[in-house]
Write a protein that binds this ligand. Structure first.
Ligand SMILES: *Cc1c(COP(=O)(O)O)cnc(C)c1O
Length: 398
């Protein structure tokens, strides 16, 4: 099929839920991806903070191929080695004791919500089911995580939503304190609000939230679906702050592009789940977990994490330089390789111009351009991206 046919069939056969760009991507290598007309793009989207190793990494392919030839799926009626191996690396390199595997970010958040409710139910009684989430947060599209998402635009038309979820103002301790009561079982935070517009959490606020949760026996839940797995230069973004939650949700980068999600919990909270309480047919699938194990190996033992930290600093410096040059750049925010640029002008035009000039970018929130490249990105790649972005900004200035 040519490009026109594919786009026509896409519009005819696939539900109209995405505002996709009118390009058809065909193949990638490293940090580059090509469309069906052989136009080359430098990828600063990485499948929305997913493709940790970029495209077509040889060792990654080899691991997945080998697993595919051995056993590709068998359900959780039986145990497989890759799932156990991935769980071990995750636990041994974090503050948590147990893992539950699922398949996506929204499912990870559903699992976190359920675990915190079960914990409240067992330890504080059947009314302890209230969850506090944040305004402008994003946690996914299934009804539980959609309700936890503190943005009305995503709720409209899908009610009635899940009862028992309230929204506090992010980085505002008074707003949170007013909502906490004896029935609160969980507080959900993003370490950096991603979809909301790249807003990092403040350390002093986070310390206070941690205190409240510890004192009142409330599960502190971090949604690290986007910030986790090396994105900030640390394996988990909570390490940047030195404050760990009780439950953490992971997905995006975890499989490097193979669908997988997970939650991890400290022992006390993990114990709230008993056999039969929660499950997923595909959860812990050997293909997905072997991919995840390889991603963790590369981050920890192949300097990918160090590269993310260094390249993140360099990207930040380069974005700040652009801010000094263009008065319509309001702010640069973020940590590591998760950066946002807030503009006074229409970001859609800048994203569109960059795409035409061979750079993939994605927006976040209102008027923010997000930079979430593969974690293997180099300084040279960043220089190239900044050059293309500069051209787009020049064009927008006129
Ligand atoms: C992307 C994202 C989700 C949802 O993940 P899906 O895999 O799309 O369900 C949840 N939380 C955060 C913070 C995210 O960035």
């Amino acid at each position: 099929m040519n490009k026109k046919d594919i786009i026509e069939k896409n519009n005819k056969y696939i539900m109209n839920t995405y505002k996709s760009f009118p390009i058809v991507l065909k193949e990638g290598k490293g940090v580059y991806v090509w469309d069906i007309e052989d136009k080359k793009y430098l990828d600063f989207v990485a499948g929305i903070a997913v493709n940790v190793l970029g495209y077509a990494d040889e060792k990654y392919i080899e691991v997945i191929k080998k697993q595919l030839e051995k056993i590709h799926h068998c359900s959780n009626l039986y145990i497989t080695e890759p799932g156990v191996e991935l769980a071990e690396v995750l636990v041994e390199n974090s503050e948590f004791d147990k893992v539950f595997f699922c398949n996506s970010g929204t499912e990870a958040m559903e699992s976190a919500i359920k675990l915190s409710r079960k914990y409240g139910y067992k330890n504080k009684g059947k009314n302890a089911n209230e969850i506090i989430s944040m305004k402008d947060s994003f946690h996914g599209r299934s009804l539980g995580s959609l309700t936890a998402t503190g943005q009305e635009k995503y709720h409209e038309g899908f009610g009635p939503l899940l009862p028992g979820i309230k929204y506090a103002k992010y980085n505002d301790i008074t707003s949170l304190e007013e909502m906490v009561n004896e029935n609160t079982c969980g507080i959900i935070l993003e370490v950096i609000q991603g979809e909301g517009g790249i807003y990092p959490i403040e350390l002093e606020y986070l310390k206070k939230v941690r205190d409240i949760c510890t004192k009142r026996d409330i599960a502190l839940i971090f949604d690290e679906v986007q910030t986790g797995i090396g994105r900030t230069g640390k394996l988990f973004a909570y390490e940047v702050y030195g404050i760990s939650p009780d439950i953490i949700a992971l997905a995006k980068g975890l499989g490097g592009g193979i669908p997988i999600g997970a939650i991890m919990a400290k022992e006390k909270f993990a114990q709230a789940f008993n056999p039969g309480d929660h499950a997923s047919t595909f959860g812990g699938n050997p293909i997905a977990t072997s991919a995840g194990k390889h991603i963790l190996d590369r981050l920890l033992n192949d300097k990918v994490l160090e590269n993310a930290e260094e390249s993140g600093k360099y990207l930040r410096k380069k974005l700040e330089e652009l801010k000094d040059k263009y008065s319509f750049i309001k702010e640069i925010r973020g940590i590591g390789l998760m950066q946002g640029m807030e503009l006074d002008i229409d970001t859609k035009e800048v994203v569109k111009n960059s795409l035409e000039n061979g750079l993939l970018l994605v927006g976040a929130g209102e008027n923010v351009i997000r930079f979430v490249p593969p974690l293997i990105i180099t300084k040279e790649d960043i220089d190239e991206a900044i050059k293309i972005l500069g051209k787009s900004l020049d064009k927008s200035q006129i």
